[in-house]
Design a protein around this ligand. Structure first.
Ligand code: 5AD
Length: 343
């Protein structure tokens, strides 16, 4: 195992069989060693800096019906909400004061926010906070729409590919969604000039080790600037209510693999990881992650944006979230910085 891990560090890549071996035969020793090397790699590029992104969950309406997701269209137990431009600007104001220099607008696929409306919001944020980066995470849109939003000032775009295997994709999504279109969106975003993030859930229903290795190969092909991975966590009102959650352990192991594959990539320790394990985000940083994304949404809507059960920080004010996170990051020898943190 050590030989394979060293090869991964030296070359940044492995054969399919080697990746499978690395994942299937993982043990405490390989976990610790990989995590140590990933931390070293991360230190070389980023020192002990951790970047923060302020997540604004501005709508939980969604036209899609993804089998795993709590805000899927057919979940009638969700109270739906939309934030107005004023609400969003207020979140940014609070976030700026707390030291955020990146705002992430995330929502379901909600075409109430057409290009005109969304461009207006993007322009307003970029005009008001010229030293900040703006990230969009609003799902699949046309090339023309992505282009307009980019031209209005959006800098980055998060669109997890969810799984790079066609058959697996169809087990997670209804038939009107396709992996082909998902991938096309990601390549379009890159071509337009966004800093792009893809990613997948760890331990999603029907996922095999081969699927995960397929994800690593796809990520290698896309060469994203950001990679978001987190454990799958079942939501009681979805088709996958009875499925087992992914594990923090495999998520952390994959974070280390990704750090060794892509030393410069922006890699968040996700909220889902923090939900499965109370110190998940800190462990994520220690496994090679370098980004955290605290919630800036108004407390009144937080519980309504439940993609999965038991999501953390749904009752806290933004300031509480950030201050406790700052402390716990410092306790493990890292520090949150006030910077855009571009790729
Ligand atoms: N568990 C974990 N992550 C989820 N997501 C959606 N539903 C779940 C779930 N049940 C992730 C998806 C999506 C991102 C915004 O949240 O990967 O891209």
């Amino acid at each position: 195992m050590r030989k394979i891990i060293e090869k991964l560090r030296e070359t940044g890549f492995l054969e399919k069989e080697e990746f499978i071996c690395l994942i299937e035969n993982r043990n405490k020793d390989s976990f610790e060693y990989m995590s140590f090397l990933a931390r070293e790699e991360r230190k070389k590029v980023f020192g002990n800096k951790v970047y923060i992104r302020g997540l604004i969950e501005f709508t939980n309406y969604c036209k899609n019906d993804c089998f795993y997701c709590g805000i899927r269209k057919s979940n009638t137990n969700v109270t739906r909400y939309r934030l107005t431009e004023e609400d969003i600007m207020e979140c940014c104001k609070q976030g700026y004061e707390l030291g955020f220099r990146t705002f992430v607008l995330q929502g379901g696929e909600d075409f109430h926010y057409n290009d005109d409306l969304l461009c207006g919001i993007v322009e307003n944020i970029k005009k008001s906070y010229a030293d900040c980066a703006l990230t969009l995470s609003v799902g699949e849109r046309s090339y023309a729409s992505y282009k307009r939003l980019f031209d209005c000032g959006a800098d980055r775009y998060l669109l997890r590919h969810e799984t790079a295997d066609d058959e697996h994709y169809r087990k997670l999504h209804p038939s009107d969604l396709s992996l082909e279109n998902r991938k096309e969106c990601l390549f379009n975003l890159k071509e337009i000039g966004y800093q792009v993030g893809c990613g997948f859930m760890v331990g999603s229903p029907y996922q095999t080790v081969e699927n995960i290795v397929g994800d690593l190969f796809f990520i290698k092909e896309l060469k994203p600037h950001m990679i978001g991975i987190g454990p799958f966590i079942s939501h009681c009102d979805t088709c996958f209510a009875e499925f087992k959650n992914g594990t923090a352990e495999l998520t952390l192991y994959l974070i280390s693999i990704l750090r060794l594959m892509f030393p410069r990539v922006l890699l968040p320790a996700t909220t889902a990881l923090g939900t499965l394990d109370p110190s998940g985000r800190e462990k994520g940083i220690l496994a090679g992650a370098n980004v955290v994304m605290p919630n800036l949404s108004p407390v009144s809507v937080r519980k309504k944006y439940s993609l999965y059960d038991n999501k953390i920080c749904t009752g806290d004010e933004a300031a509480e979230c950030v201050n406790s996170l700052k402390k716990s990051i410092e306790n493990i020898g890292y520090r949150i910085v006030v910077e855009r943190g571009d790729y």
